[in-house]
Design a protein around this ligand. Structure first.
Ligand code: SF4
Length: 65
């Protein structure tokens, strides 16, 4: 599973970073996937990434299986 942040849409609220700091971090006012958008997320963080995507207020996080 991979997680992609749409930087055009992200408003930098930090919610995804609160939920899953192992994958997301803020770079300035935009969240980024710090493990790399092309890299698979470790299985132990998959559920948290899905939660971050569903909690994002502007739906800027896309999950790809
Ligand atoms: Fe950006 Fe959404 Fe993360 Fe907020 S939850 S920082 S809007 S990607």
């Amino acid at each position: 599973m991979r997680a992609i942040v749409d930087e055009e849409t992200c408003i930098g609220c930090g919610r995804c970073v609160e939920i899953c700091p192992e994958v997301f971090e803020l770079e300035g006012e935009i969240a980024v996937n710090k493990i790399g958008e092309g890299n698979d997320i470790s299985p132990q963080y998959e559920q948290l990434c899905e939660e971050a995507a569903s909690e994002c207020p502007v739906e800027a996080i896309m999950i790809e299986q």
